[in-house]
Design a protein around this ligand. Structure first.
Ligand SMILES: [Fe+2]
Length: 339
């Protein structure tokens, strides 16, 4: 099978107050607005190769509207669309718009809207924005968090293993790791990738009755020092750290999490392994092995179990909640010593 997907290139998220959110993403995160029209406000980080990576749209509650993936070629786009249709999903072709050529858009089995595109406008900074280095889309920014580029998105689904299998079989993601509870044996988290990192797509267990929810999206910074500087700047500006800075065991990536003005969770991410193993077999991690927290010495805040839009909360898997595992389902990392 040809390789289908190349990279996550854009997330479209809702903003309760668009001007407040734009101000936050510009002045705290350090992105800049490159397009503003009836379809949303388009922002980019300095290292994004394409025009924009985050789009803000008006909405009554925090939510992920669309995640956009670039394919490996036009042939791969056709093949991906064919495979989605063969899986029983009805999608639609959309014409060129906002820096993208024609794209194929569908809603996956767990309610997430996915856009696939090959033809994408490259970004080249002009005048004062241009880099002295020819491979950079624009000069390095030091404003706010100053992320280099979009890194990954983590959604929520009612059956983590089934979500992972579908995306591996239909769209060709490599499945890299699962987190499975010792008690009950069901999976609460999995990571999938189109590249050498542990993930550009994550999925957390959603026990609510609402489909299409998301947990966070993440930016990339070049170094751990950049990540610690980001935490320092955000704290000084009154934006609390929801969790971190620390390191995930799975993927060995440095992380920190905070919220945007609408309440949507943002991660800043760096480091991690490089994995090129084509027949990699995902390991079933347990929280006690440090799947979430490498150092196994921190309690994950309960707020981290919130996904968006808000719903009736974690309640059950498709198999139901096993007696005695309710608390683990809500937050398997809530006890000291569970990573
Ligand atoms: Fe993440």
């Amino acid at each position: 099978m040809i390789k289908l997907l190349n990279q996550l290139i854009q997330v479209r998220i809702s903003a309760l107050d668009i001007d407040t959110s734009v101000d936050f993403y510009v002045n705290q995160v350090g992105m800049r607005v490159v397009r503003r029209d009836d379809s949303g406000v388009y922002l980019r980080s300095w290292g994004d190769y394409y025009e924009s990576s985050v789009v803000l749209v008006d909405g009554p509650e925090p939510a992920l509207h669309t995640m956009t993936w670039r394919t490996e070629s036009d042939e791969a786009l056709e093949e991906a669309a064919r495979r989605v249709a063969a899986a029983g999903i009805v999608g639609e072709w959309r014409p060129r718009a906002a820096g993208f050529g024609r794209s194929f858009v569908f809603t996956g089995p767990w309610g997430h809207t996915v856009q696939l595109v090959w033809d994408v406008d490259r970004f080249h900074g002009e005048e004062g924005d241009a880099s002295i280095y020819p491979d950079r889309p624009e000069r390095r920014s030091s404003h706010g968090v100053a992320p280099r580029q979009l890194d990954h998105v983590t959604v929520a689904a009612s059956d983590v293993k089934a979500f992972t299998a579908w995306h591996s079989e239909v769209l060709g993601f490599r499945t890299m790791a699962h987190t499975t509870l010792e008690q009950g044996g069901f999976s609460v988290f999995s990571v999938l990738t189109t590249n050498e990192k542990s993930h550009d797509l994550g999925v957390v267990l959603d026990g609510s009755s609402k489909a299409g929810r998301a947990n966070h999206f993440a930016y990339w910074v070049d170094t751990r020092e950049d990540l610690l500087r980001a935490a320092d700047i955000l704290m000084e500006n009154g934006i609390p750290m929801e969790y971190g800075p620390s390191i995930h065991g799975i993927g060995e990536q440095n992380f920190l999490y905070f919220r945007d003005p609408s309440g949507f969770r943002i991660e800043v991410n760096t480091g991690g392994y490089r994995n090129y193993v084509p027949d990699w077999q995902p390991y079933e991690w347990h929280p006690a092995q440090g799947s979430n927290n490498f150092y196994r010495n921190g309690q994950m805040p309960h707020s981290m179990t919130e996904s968006f839009p808000p719903a009736d909360g974690p309640s059950a898997t498709e198999e139901g909640v096993l007696p005695g595992t309710e608390q683990q389902l809500l937050n398997p990392y809530a006890e000291h010593g569970l990573g």
